[in-house]
Structure formats: structure tokens, C-alpha cells
Design a protein around this ligand. Structure first.
Ligand SMILES: [Zn+2]
Length: 461
């Protein structure tokens, strides 16, 4: 069967790449809603229309769910297998070698915004559906390809979808990594407020989002601070080799800029946090005058990406809690910290938030925590996980491939309990997703097409 499907993709390859190119040509990065019935703006709605037209050309039934999402269906049955992909993209950004909205194939790689995230996989699943239909294999479950238009900006498309249509019985989303992701940690974003204090720090600012390690922190201190003392602390290596500049400003204040290394908030251990570096330098230089907030950052958060010194840590067989200090704002003697917590799949939001509240009480800080996002977890011995993993092993020959849990969130959690993430990234390759020159090697794309189609078939037959 694998060989039959591979052959079928070879036969359809040119047509499939042409269809993908027509989708790539539409800039479907989310915009402000523009006019009637386009909840995420014109681009995503156009991409959805284009996709459903391709499906109808193939003779499939389609359903446009009010421009939030679309469905292409094949076969029936009381139960359904869903494949969830998305047609919106992140903005092109700068630095592309070629036009991001014109798909090109260069040195065996497809380039263009969305080739791997996630228009390529959406088109792959559509051709998979077509090939399954061509082969005429009887199915026990109906197949539904569900495409959303707001994955990159909060997945409100899937919230709408499950409120207006019957979600699939089980399924997968090709919008993360192989071999398979059966668990996604829970998470919340906490703001910690500290009481006003009289300090020589006028302003301090770092980070733009909760879910990234900040790579820069800017501090303005008043003229009472001894610049030589500050410079001496800056030279002590607290920033782990990243630059620190200390300068007098024209107003007679001191400006310190501390650099660090950015990383995703779900993997804070990969970064060097510029807020922590700054706190270390300022506490060293100013002592007590650095204030409670910075001493908290240095002594309680510190260089511990797991929240152990803060006392909020726990773990299970699938992974451990991570803590990222993503934001700091300080002005007029008071300030707050923005912290991203990812907790293990067997924990609950209430439990993790409870630990956090207790910790904040201990240090005299006030806390705001919006409703946590609960973990998403499909047991490893379930039909869904074992079937898809076997497909991956059979197609790739990697007999030891296993499933994993991650700190990030995918579409899976928005649609139902029995959805996992399956593909399309292989190994540790950096496909420049969300960056310039996003690419997907054609050979890997075809391999993904075969795995995805086999997965749909094995779950449905
Ligand atoms: Zn995506």
C-alpha cells in the first residue's frame, strides 16, 4: 500500500505543486477584519476559498464554515477521522532571497511562505484524500480534512468550528513534528506586581511577549548612582558573555543596556535571560537599593528555567515544569514581571497556579493569572497513537521512533481529546518556519504526503 500511494503522489506531483503554488501566492497572514463575513481579514478568506475550489474541482464535497474554517469530506460512517491543517500564515517579514509569495523550487527545496507551515501539509492531505478515493478502499470511518484560518493568531477558527460543527471522533494535525506528539503541557501567563519603593532606578524595560526569553533589557538610573561602581559590576561576567553597555545620558542619568540570547518561552533553558543578567548586575552594584523586585529576580527566579528555587516545580514521566521570565516593566518606583509557566501533562491548571500564588504570597507580590490552558494528552497505548506511530515506522523504516510531549501548543488541543500532532517536520532541521526563506525539501514533502495519507487510511479503514 505504501508503494501504491507513493506512486500515486508521483503521478499527481506537478498538479499538486501547481495547486500549492496558487495557495502560496495568497498572502493569508491575519489582518484586521475587512468587510462582511471575513473574521480574520481578506487574506485568510481568499486562501480558504482557493483551497475549497481546488477540492471541488477534484469532485469533493466542501463546507465553508463562515470563513472561519472549511471542511472537505469523503466517505461516511458514524465516526470520523479529522486531519486539521491551517491556511493562514505569519507575515512574510524581511530577508527573503526570492518573493515569499511565489513558490520556487531551488536545489530540491520548495521555498515560499507556508510551504511547510501549513499550506504544504493542507494540500498534501487533500491529495491524500483524492488518492484514497482513487484506490476505492472501503472505509469504516468518514474522512474530514478541516482547514482553519487563524492558527497563527489564537486558533479562534477552531473554537468557532467546534461550536458550529460536529468535531471529528479522532484525528491528527500535521502542524508540528514527527514522529508524533501525544502530549502538550498546560500553561499560563502570570503577572507579578511589586510594591512601590524609592529607588535610583527610573525605568527598566525588557521583553515584548510572555513566551520568549528576552534578549535585551534597558535600564535608566538616576545620577546618584556611581557609574564606575555600576561599570565594575557590569564587567563581572553576569551576562554570560553577552554585551553590556553603560553610558551617561545627556540628561545626566545613566543608561545600561544588557543583551542576552532569545529562545522560545517553552524552552527557556536554550536562552540567556537579559532581565536576570540585569538584576544580577544591579543587585551587585546597588545592594539594597536595587529593591525587592530585582532581588526577587536574582534570588528566586535566577538562572533556573524550571522554577525549582521558586518552589513551583513539579514533573511527571512526560516532562517537567518550565518557567520563563519574559517581561519586565518598571517605572516610578513600581513594576511588574510577566512569567510564562508550562506545566506537565498530568498536572492541572488549578494545581500549578496554586503553587504560583503561594510562591508570590511568600515574597509579598500580588499576582494575576488568567484562566490556565489545561494540558492536552492522548495515552501512548491508544489506538490513535499506536496506529500513527506504526505508519511512521513503516514508511520511514525508523523502527524505534517513539512519541513525545512538548511544551508548546498545537491545533490538537482546540479540537478534541483524541487529536495528536503528526508531522510535518523531520528530525532537527531548521525549516525557517516563521522566518525568511521558509523551505521544505521536495523529497521530504513527498515522504510526508505518503505518511499523512497512510495515517488517514489506517485510521479510517
Ligand atoms: Zn502552523
Amino acid at each position: 500500500m505504501i508503494e501504491k500511494i507513493r506512486k500515486a503522489f508521483e503521478n499527481y506531483q506537478q498538479e499538486m505543486l501547481d495547486d500549492l503554488a496558487s495557495l502560496i501566492a495568497i498572502d493569508s497572514s491575519g489582518e484586521e477584519p475587512s468587510g462582511e463575513g471575513m473574521p480574520f481579514g481578506e487574506g485568510p478568506a481568499k486562501a480558504l476559498d482557493c483551497f475549497l475550489k481546488i477540492a471541488r474541482r477534484m469532485g469533493f464535497e466542501t463546507d465553508n464554515v463562515d470563513n472561519y474554517a472549511g471542511v472537505v469530506s469523503y466517505g461516511d460512517g458514524k465516526e470520523t477521522v479529522g486531519v486539521l491543517a491551517h491556511l493562514d500564515v505569519v507575515p512574510a517579514g524581511k530577508g527573503w532571497t526570492t518573493d515569499p509569495f511565489e513558490m520556487v523550487i531551488r536545489d530540491g527545496n520548495m521555498y515560499g511562505r507556508g510551504v511547510i507551515d501549513d499550506k504544504g501539509p493542507a494540500v498534501a492531505a487533500l491529495y491524500g484524500l483524492r488518492i484514497i478515493r482513487d484506490l476505492g478502499i472501503p472505509l469504516k470511518r468518514g474522512l474530514q480534512l478541516i482547514v482553519g484560518t487563524n492558527e497563527e493568531n489564537g486558533s479562534k477558527c477552531m473554537e468557532y468550528y467546534v461550536a458550529h460543527r460536529q468535531p471529528p471522533t479522532l484525528g491528527f494535525t500535521p502542524d508540528a513534528s514527527y514522529p508524533l506528539i501525544h502530549g502538550e503541557k498546560g500553561s499560563f501567563w502570570a503577572k507579578m506586581f511589586f510594591d512601590k519603593e524609592e529607588l535610583p532606578i527610573l525605568t527598566m524595560e525588557a521583553g515584548e511577549v510572555f513566551n520568549a526569553v528576552p534578549a535585551e533589557c534597558t535600564v535608566i538610573l538616576d545620577g546618584s548612582v556611581d557609574i564606575d561602581v555600576l561599570q565594575a559590576s557590569a564587567d563581572k561576567g553576569f551576562s554570560e558573555g553577552y554585551p553590556v553597555t553603560v553610558q551617561k545620558t545627556p540628561e545626566g542619568n545613566i543608561c545600561m543596556v544588557v543583551k542576552g540570547k532569545a529562545a522560545h518561552g517553552s524552552m527557556p533553558y536554550l536562552g540567556v535571560n537579559a532581565i536576570v543578567s540585569s538584576a544580577m548586575i544591579l543587585c551587585d552594584a546597588l545592594g539594597e537599593k536595587a529593591g525587592k523586585l530585582l532581588h526577587f529576580v536574582r534570588d528566586v527566579i535566577g538562572r533556573d528555567p524550571y522554577g525549582k528555587t521558586a518552589g513551583v516545580y513539579f514533573k511527571d514521566d512526560n516532562g517537567e515544569l518550565t518557567l520563563n521570565l519574559g517581561l519586565l516593566r518598571f517605572e516610578n518606583g513600581e513594576g511588574w514581571l510577566g512569567i510564562d509557566i508550562r506545566f506537565p501533562v498530568t498536572g492541572t491548571g488549578a494545581y500549578a497556579a496554586g503553587l504560583f500564588h503561594a510562591m508570590a504570597d511568600k515574597y509579598g507580590a500580588r499576582v494575576q493569572i488568567p484562566t490556565p490552558s489545561e494540558p492536552h494528552f492522548v495515552p501512548e497505548d491508544s489506538e490513535l497513537v499506536t496506529t500513527l506511530l506504526q505508519v511512521y515506522r513503516d514508511v520511514t523504516g525508523e523502527q524505534n521512533a517513539g512519541s513525545m510531549t512538548i511544551g508548546g501548543g498545537t491545533y490538537a488541543r482546540h479540537v478534541g481529546k483524541k487529536i495528536v500532532a503528526f508531522g510535518p517536520e523531520f528530525g532537527d532541521t531548521d525549516y525557517h518556519m516563521h522566518n525568511a526563506d521558509e523551505f521544505y525539501p521536495l523529497e521530504e514533502y513527498i515522504k510526508h504526503c505518503v505518511i499523512c495519507t497512510m495515517g488517514m487510511l489506517r485510521l479510517a479503514e
